[in-house]
Design a protein around this ligand. Structure first.
Ligand code: ADP
Ligand code: MG
Length: 397
C-alpha cells in the first residue's frame, strides 16, 4: 500500500508504466520457457533421469561461454528433478552449488544446498567432507559444481573430486566456461575414475537472443513499451559480445531503468545506448570490488594522481593500509600487487627518458580505458567502512 504522501508524489510526476514486473529480467529467476535450449534440456533430463530409475547418471563436464544458459538450463532440470524426487519420496539426492576457490568453502556451499550448516572453523576438510557424505548417507546422488574452474584454477579441488568420484553412489557434474579445465586435474587417481562426458553449450546468435529477450520482456514490461526492433538492436549488440544472454538482459533492464527515470513511455535506441554505458560502469565497479584489499589501496593511490613514482605509490599505500587496518607490507609485496594491477589492465608502469644524460623517469598511471571517477568513487565507498570519508580525502591529498 502506498501512503498518502507517496500517492501525491506519483500524481505529480505520473507513474511511469514501464515495468510490469522487473524481476522477470533477473538471473535469479528460472523462467518456465528457455528458448533454444530444448535439446540441452532433454539431454540433461535424460542423463540426470537415470537417478530416478536406480542407475548412475554419467559424470559430466558442461562447457560453454558466459551467458550461454548453462546455469539456468541445469537449474531448470534440477528443479524438475527435485519435484519428482519429493513427490515420489525417492531415496536420492541432487545437490547444486557454485564452486568457491577453496575446498572448505565449496563443501560449505554444497552442505548449505542440502540444508546442513558446516562450520568454517574448527573442522578439517576431511571432517567437512564426512559431514556432507553423512548427509547423503549412501543414497544415489548427483553433485553439481557450477563454475568449477574457480576451484581448480586456484590449484584446489582435486582431493574433493577424488572423494566424490571414488564414491560409487555419486555422479559429478561440472560446469565451466574454461575449455581446458580438465587439464587442470593432473591426478591419475581422479582421472581414472572420473573421465567426464563432454557437453557443449554454443553461444546464442542474434535471432536466438531476440527470442530469449522476447520471452522475458513480455512478462517484465507493459505492452508497447518495447518494440521488436529495439530487441533486435539489443540482441545484435550482445551478439558482438559473444552471444551473452546475461549482457542482453542487463542492457534491457538498464534501458528500462533509464526510461523510468526520464518518465518515458517506451524504450528507444537512445536508452539502450545509455544502458551500454551503465552496464560498463557496473562491470568496472564489480571487478574493482573483487580485487584484493592491498590491490584496492594501491589502485586508489594511483587513481588519485595523474602519475606517481612506484616507490612513492608503495609508501603511500603502506600508510593508507596502516591507517585503515594497522598492517604493513614490504616493498616486494607491493611490487607483486602492482604487477597484478598491470596484468588486469588497471595501471601501467611508464618509463621515460628525462632528456640527454638525465636518466630515466618511471611512474605508475591509471590506464586511459579505465574511468577514474568510477574507480575512485567505488573504492572510497568501500573504504568508508573503515574510516570517515573526510579523513580519507585528507589522506589522499
Ligand atoms: P551461463 O551460466 O552460461 O553463464 P546463465 O545460465 O547464467 O549463463 O544465463 C545468463 C542469463 O541469461 C540468465 O539471466 C539466464 O536466466 C538468461 N538465459 C540464458 N539462456 C536463456 C534462455 N534460453 N531463455 C531465457 N533466459 C535465458
Ligand atoms: Mg553460469
Amino acid at each position: 500500500m502506498y501512503k498518502q504522501t507517496d500517492l501525491k508524489i506519483f500524481e505529480l510526476f505520473g507513474i511511469p508504466r514501464i515495468f510490469k514486473d522487473r524481476k522477470y529480467l533477473s538471473s535469479k529467476i528460472i523462467p518456465d520457457e528457455l528458448p533454444h535450449r530444448l535439446a540441452e534440456l532433454k539431454e540433461l533430463a535424460n542423463d540426470f533421469g537415470h537417478i530416478l530409475r536406480g542407475s548412475a547418471p554419467p559424470n559430466l563436464m558442461i562447457y560453454g561461454p558466459t551467458g550461454s544458459g548453462k546455469t539456468v538450463t541445469v537449474l531448470r532440470v534440477v528443479h524438475e528433478l527435485k519435484k519428482v524426487i519429493s513427490n515420489q519420496d525417492l531415496p536420492v539426492v541432487v545437490c547444486y552449488a557454485v564452486a568457491e576457490p577453496t575446498e572448505m568453502k565449496t563443501l560449505i556451499a554444497l552442505g548449505r544446498d542440502l540444508g546442513i550448516e558446516i562450520p568454517e572453523k574448527g573442522l578439517s576438510i576431511v571432517d567437512a567432507k564426512d559431514k556432507l557424505f553423512d548427509k547423503i548417507g549412501g543414497r544415489d546422488a548427483i553433485v553439481i559444481l557450477d563454475e568449477i574452474d574457480k576451484l581448480l584454477r586456484a590449484g584446489r579441488g582435486v582431493e574433493l573430486l577424488y572423494w566424490f568420484t571414488r564414491a560409487e553412489n555419486i555422479s559429478v557434474v561440472g560446469i565451466t566456461n574454461m575449455v581446458t579445465v580438465v587439464e587442470l586435474v593432473n591426478d591419475a587417481r581422479v582421472l581414472s575414475s572420473w573421465n567426464p562426458r563432454k557437453m557443449v553449450f554454443q553461444p546464442y546468435n542474434t535471432r536466438q537472443l531476440v527470442d530469449i529477450l522476447k520471452s522475458r520482456a513480455k512478462k517484465a514490461f507493459y505492452e508497447s513499451v518495447i518494440s521488436d526492433e529495439i530487441l533486435e538492436y539489443i540482441a545484435s549488440i550482445a551478439t558482438r559480445r559473444g552471444g551473452d544472454a546475461r549482457y542482453a538482459l542487463d542492457l534491457l533492464t538498464f534501458a528500462g531503468d533509464v526510461a523510468v527515470r526520464n518518465n518515458l513511455e517506451r524504450i528507444t535506441e537512445k536508452e539502450v545506448d545509455k544502458a551500454i554505458e551503465l552496464v560498463e560502469r557496473e562491470f568496472i565497479k564489480q571487478t574493482v570490488k573483487a580485487l584484493k584489499f592491498p590491490e584496492k589501496i594501491l589502485l586508489l593511490i594511483v587513481a588519485c594522481k595523474d602519475k606517481i613514482h612506484p616507490v612513492e605509490a608503495f609508501n603511500s599505500s603502506n600508510k593508507l593500509l596502516n591507517y585503515l587496518r594497522g598492517e604493513n607490507l614490504t616493498q616486494r609485496r607491493w611490487y607483486d600487487y602492482k604487477n597484478n594491477l598491470e596484468l588486469y589492465g588497471y595501471v601501467s608502469l611508464i618509463k621515460k627518458g628525462k632528456g640527454r644524460g638525465k636518466g630515466i623517469e618511471s611512474f605508475l598511471t591509471l590506464n586511459e580505458a579505465i574511468e577514474r571517477e568510477i574507480v575512485v568513487e567505488t573504492l572510497m565507498t568501500e573504504f568508508s567502512y573503515y574510516a570517515p570519508i573526510g579523513e580519507l580525502k585528507e589522506f589522499l591529498e
